[in-house]
Design a protein around this ligand. Structure first.
Ligand code: ZN
Length: 122
């Protein structure tokens, strides 16, 4: 079992959010995982970031804006991500993560991948 050590996060990239607020959002995230909306996303089996097809069991729920940075467990802020992307995102600085996303994009004309794209498929 992997336990995230929040002390690894640079204080530069944290916002003033109380532990109580974070656990509230985590609880909302758990509820969101049980919804039909999320189950349908998992069933598609596609990582939001790299577009790789994964079996639903291999996908994790990723917060585009992490909770510690003030993100919320809302439909607009959670996406299915493969474990590889999820762990990279956790440990890269936001600028490094942007570089990673750009590297994934093979289309030279379109260097920007919108990470705040909202899927309305329900
Ligand atoms: Zn991925």
């Amino acid at each position: 079992m992997h336990i995230m050590n929040t002390k690894e996060l640079s204080p530069l990239f944290t916002v003033d959010i109380s532990p109580a607020a974070i656990s509230r959002e985590k609880e909302k995230g758990r509820a969101l995982r049980r919804t039909q909306w999320w189950q349908r996303k998992l069933a598609k089996g596609i990582c939001h970031y790299c577009g790789k097809t994964e079996s639903p069991g291999q996908l994790t729920m990723d917060h585009i804006v992490p909770l510690v940075r003030g993100g919320r467990s809302t439909r607009g802020n959670v996406v299915p991500a493969c474990k590889q992307c999820n762990s990279r995102k956790k440990y890269l600085l936001p600028t490094e993560w942007d570089e990673y996303l750009k590297a994934l994009s093979t289309d030279g004309d379109d260097q920007r991948i919108s990470t705040i794209e909202v899927f309305e498929d329900c």
